[in-house]
Write a protein that binds this ligand. Sequence first.
Ligand code: SAH
Ligand code: SF4
Length: 472
Amino acid sequence: MSYKRQTVDIEQIRRQEEICLQIFDRVTADGKHPLAMVDTYGCQQNEADSEKLRGYLQKMGFGFTQDEFQADVVVVNTCAVREHAEMRVLGNVGALNHTKKNNPNQIIAVCGCMVQQEHMAEKIKKSYPVVDLVFGPHELWHFPELLQKVMTGKKRVFATEKNDGAVAEGIPLQRDGSIKAWLSIMYGCNNFCTYCVVPYVRGRERSRLPENIVAEARQLVEAGYKDITLLGQNVNSYGKDLENGTDFADLLRMINDIPGDFLIRFMTSHPKDATEKLFRTMAECEKCAHQLHLPVQAGNDRILKVMNRVYNSEKYIQQVELARSYMPDLVLTTDIIVGFPGETDEEFEDTIRLCEKVRYDAMFTFIYSPRVGTPAASMPDPYTREQKQVHFDRLTETANRISAEKHKEYEGKTFRVLVDGETGRDEYNLSSRTNGGRLVHLKGSTELIGKFVNVKITGSNTWALYGEVENG
Ligand code: SAH
Ligand code: SF4
């Protein structure tokens, strides 16, 4: 596959910022205080994209609301990974008919992965006239220009051309929190797992330059962020498209060298190219959390092969053992798909066996959802939804039991946690995370929020740990 990494010229981003100022003048005329709502579906990459949309909207003079009736601009940032997410989006976009009736000048934009699929862009064009603007993930960098077109042209704008995608630096960001931050290090995916739509909608793998990533991480640390999650569909292939030889483990080390007390996490790692160098680097870098999200997807070798995952269960287990040999306290999580076309009862049992062997701290489990245009969508799929549901329920029970057992092992021990917010409940009013990312509920002063504290774990269940702050 011949592909050259594309970038968006910084002058183009400056132009977008100028357009933001033109929109500012327009929407704040006569002392108005316009409001925008950004509604996000799907993965952390989408959360990070929404922070860019909000960054632009803020420059245009918009404040933010969660109430679609109050909003002058509504942006729905969509997901295409499973049908369920698409149904929710379509239901909610349909409901915006009411808000637009109330405020006919309201502008409704739908962006993200769902509309990068041709059939979905068509569906919105034909059946959702309430939508004024549609743009795919590759067009996000010129959202201001697209919005201005809608504002001045009074006609609908669609920007969802097929595209490999480019790297755009310098887009303003409005981050969601002040303790934890997302940091995208690369975009797109080249793996083409046969069930997955991501490579079709997010384009080819392209890495940001290490100097830009490190500069952003440094700014985050200086601004007081304590927990930075590096994002990419497969962070282990970071740098393969760059000419400077930096790989993901090198990048981790560069970020670890930034002075300050903070944690580095990352997701997602594809098992096919997780390396010993990565595990060793994680163990050696004191700021790198001992947490690994290593999606296995299935425990049966035939299914893994048809999924095009490029590893088998034996190789996967060897990797887990290697990672644990470097980090005995590693918190390991995974994604699993149940009911891939043609998966038999016996093949499913291999998934259960693998989970019992690996013993994940937590598992994210999904029923297979056919995606238009992917190879798996045209594979014979003789099993019913009900049969798949039986497997799914068994897997969930297994996952929950193992999580509870693993959490039980924390009891009576002390861990350093980062307090990240309030729970809204009286008894355990604070939430926090261990180095490995497990949720701990605490009782204590809100002044602890944003701080690392030592906590003795006193109780646990499948979902969370409960603890007491230790003094001194
Ligand atoms: N790049 C990440 C995953 C992105 S999608 C990785 O490879 O790990 C997140 C998860 O959604 C996947 O790990 C997979 O378990 C699930 N998923 C993807 N496509 C799916 C589909 N068609 N049906 C059900 N689950 C799916
Ligand atoms: Fe999808 Fe596979 Fe790429 Fe993950 S690695 S985004 S599952 S194609």
